[in-house]
Design a protein around this ligand. Structure first.
Ligand SMILES: Cc1ncc(COP(=O)(O)O)c(C=O)c1O
Length: 467
C-alpha cells in the first residue's frame, strides 16, 4: 500500500510511451493541484498539531492529501466540494457504501443504549455464528483492526507450536506489528535472491525480530518446502494474503493454497489466511469460499465493520481451545465493542447478502469488459483482474509476485490514478499497489464513469486519437 521507494525516474533509455506517460502525469498533477486548494490549506494548517498533517502516514499520498467532507451512497465529496465515485472505499472497507440506511439504523440505535462496556452484548453471538457459517471455522474472537487480527493469528500459531519463526510472502502487507513488518516493500538492492528472499525489516523493528520472519515468494510451493527444510521444527506457521491485494491483485495459482495447507500441517505448522481485504470483498465467504481451502486461521477486518473499526479471527476448535483455556490470552479493552458488533451484524445479515454479490457481478462485468476493450483498442499492455467487489487494471503483461511488481513501471498506475481522480473517480492511492472496491450502493453509471476515464487516459496517451 505504501510506496517507500522513489517513483520511477525518466532516463535516457525511456521509450516514447514512457516519455508520454511522464508528460501526462505532469499535466494531470497540475490539474489535481489546481482543484484541491482547500485540501492543501487544511494539510498546511494541520501540520501545526498533526505530525505530517495527517492522522496516519498513508493518508499522505502524492500528489497531495485529499481531505474529505462527507460520503453518501457510492459517492464522496472532498473539502473543495468536488464529488467523486468512491472506489477507494477507505482502503477497501466500504463494501456497504456510505451511510447505508441499515448501518445508520444499527449504529444510531446502539449509540442511544451506550457504546462501550467491556462486557459482551448479544450481537457478538449473531456475528460469530454468521462468520462461522461463511468461513467454515467454528470459533471466533474480535479486535479492532486488521493489525490486531494478524497479530493474534501469529501469536496463536506460536503458542500452539512452541516455535518462534513464521513464514510470510514477500510483498504482502499484514498490518504494522513487528512480526509482519518484514519484506513488505523491500528495495530491490536489499531483497536478495527471488526464490529465497532476504528478510528485510523496517526501521522500527529490531533485527532480532526480523530474523524470526522467513520470507518466501508468492505462488511457489517449492520455496515453502525449502524454507521448512532450512528451519526444521522452527516454523510455527505461515500467514498469507490468499489473493495478494497490496501489490495490485494477484490470484493464487491453482492448487497453491491447498498445497500450502497440506505441506505446513505435515510439518506440524499452521496456515493463517489474512482475509482482511479478501474477506467479504471477494465473496460472502472470502477466499475460503472462492477457493474451497479452509485454513487453520482466518483474519478479518475492513469490510466486516461497515465503516466502524473492527478486527476478527476465526480458527479451528483445536487452536481456539488455547484461547478458551487461557493458554493464550486474547484480549483488548474494545474487543467486541457494541457499536462495532451492531454494525457488523447489519453488514452480515442485512447488507452483504447473496443479492449484494449478484450486484457486484453485474457492475464488475461492465468494468472488466469496458477496460479490456480499451486495453485492446488502444493497444495498452496488461489485463484486468477482478473478483466480487474488487478489481484492478494491471498495466503489465506479467504480475505473479513481488519481483514482477518491482519490474512494473509505476508510471502506468500513477497516470491512471490521476486521470480517474481528475475525472471524478476516487481510487486508492499508490497507483499500481491497490485495487478498486465496489459497494452495494454503486450504480452502472458509476461503473461507466470509471471506464470513460480509462478511455480518456488511453486516448491522450495515443496522442488524443480515439480508437
Ligand atoms: C491484507 C491486510 N492485512 C492487514 C492489514 C492491516 O489492517 P489495519 O490497517 O486495519 O490494521 C491491511 C491493511 O491494509 C491489509 O491490507
Amino acid at each position: 500500500m505504501s510506496m517507500s521507494s522513489a517513483p520511477t525516474v525518466a532516463t535516457e533509455e525511456d521509450s516514447p510511451e514512457q516519455i508520454a506517460l511522464d508528460r501526462l502525469i505532469a499535466e494531470q498533477e497540475q490539474i489535481f493541484l489546481d482543484r484541491t486548494g482547500q485540501s492543501l490549506r487544511l494539510t498546511e494548517s494541520a501540520k501545526a498539531s498533526l505530525a505530517g498533517g495527517v492522522a496516519s502516514s498513508w493518508q499522505d499520498a502524492p500528489p497531495g492529501t485529499v481531505w474529505i467532507d462527507r460520503g453518501a451512497g457510492s459517492h464522496v465529496w472532498d473539502a473543495d466540494g468536488t464529488e467523486y465515485v468512491d472506489l477507494h472505499a477507505g482502503f477497501g472497507v466500504n463494501v456497504v457504501g456510505h451511510a447505508h440506511p441499515a448501518i445508520v439504523r444499527a449504529v444510531s440505535g446502539r449509540v442511544t443504549l451506550g457504546t462501550h462496556f467491556a462486557q459482551p452484548t448479544s450481537d457478538v453471538i449473531d456475528v460469530s455464528v454468521e462468520l462461522a457459517r461463511r468461513f467454515r471455522l467454528p470459533l471466533w474472537r474480535f479486535g479492532n483492526s486488521g493489525t490486531e487480527a494478524t497479530m493474534d493469528a501469529v501469536h496463536l500459531m506460536r503458542v500452539a507450536t512452541g516455535r518462534s519463526k513464521i513464514l510470510k510472502v514477500e510483498g504482502s502487507y499484514h498490518g504494522h506489528h513487528d512480526s509482519v513488518q518484514v519484506s513488505v516493500y523491500p528495495e530491490p538492492e536489499d531483497a536478495g535472491p527471488a526464490a529465497r528472499p532476504n528478510s528485510v525489516g523496517v526501521s522500527s523493528v529490531p533485527k532480532d525480530f526480523t530474523r524470526l520472519t522467513v520470507v518466501v515468494p508468492f505462488g511457489d510451493l517449492a520455496a515453502v518446502e525449502q524454507a521448512l527444510a532450512d528451519h526444521p521444527d522452527e516454523i510455527a506457521g505461515m500467514i498469507i494474503e490468499p489473493f495478494m491485494m497490496n501489490i495490485g491483485l494477484i490470484a493464487p495459482p491453482d492448487g497453491y493454497l491447498a498445497g500450502l495447507k497440506a505441506l505446513l500441517n505435515s510439518h506440524g505448522a499452521y496456515l493463517a489466511f489474512d482475509e482482511v481485504k479478501t474477506g467479504l470483498g471477494l465473496a460472502a465467504g472470502g477466499a475460503v469460499e472462492l477457493t474451497g481451502v479452509v485454513p487453520d486461521i482466518v483474519c478479518l477486518a475492513k469490510a466486516l465493520g461497515g465503516g466502524v473499526p473492527c478486527g476478527a479471527i476465526g480458527a479451528t476448535e483445536e487452536l481456539m481451545r488455547l484461547i478458551s483455556d487461557r493458554v493464550y490470552e486474547q484480549v483488548g479493552t474494545f474487543n467486541g465493542n457494541p457499536l462495532t458488533m451492531a454494525a457488523a451484524k447489519a453488514v452480515l445479515t442485512e447488507i452483504l447478502t447473496e443479492d449484494a454479490y449478484a450486484h457486484f457481478d453485474r457492475l464488475r462485468a461492465i468494468m472488466v469488459a469496458g477496460a479490456e476493450d480499451i486495453l485492446r483498442r488502444y493497444e495498452l499492455p496488461g489485463y484486468v483482474v477482478a473478483y466480487g467487489s474488487k478489481g484492478a487494471v494491471i498495466f503489465t503483461d506479467r504480475l505473479r509476485d513481488y519481483r514482477d511488481f518491482l519490474a512494473y513501471d509505476d508510471r502506468w498506475g500513477n497516470a491512471h490514478w490521476l486521470y480517474q481522480h481528475n475525472g471524478g473517480v476516487f481510487l486508492p492511492p499508490w497507483g499500481k499497489c491497490e485495487q478498486w472496491t465496489l459497494s452495494v450502493q454503486h450504480t452502472e453509471d458509476d461503473a461507466r464513469r470509471f471506464v470513460a476515464n480509462l478511455e480518456t487516459f488511453a486516448a491522450d496517451l495515443r496522442g488524443g486519437r480515439r480508437a
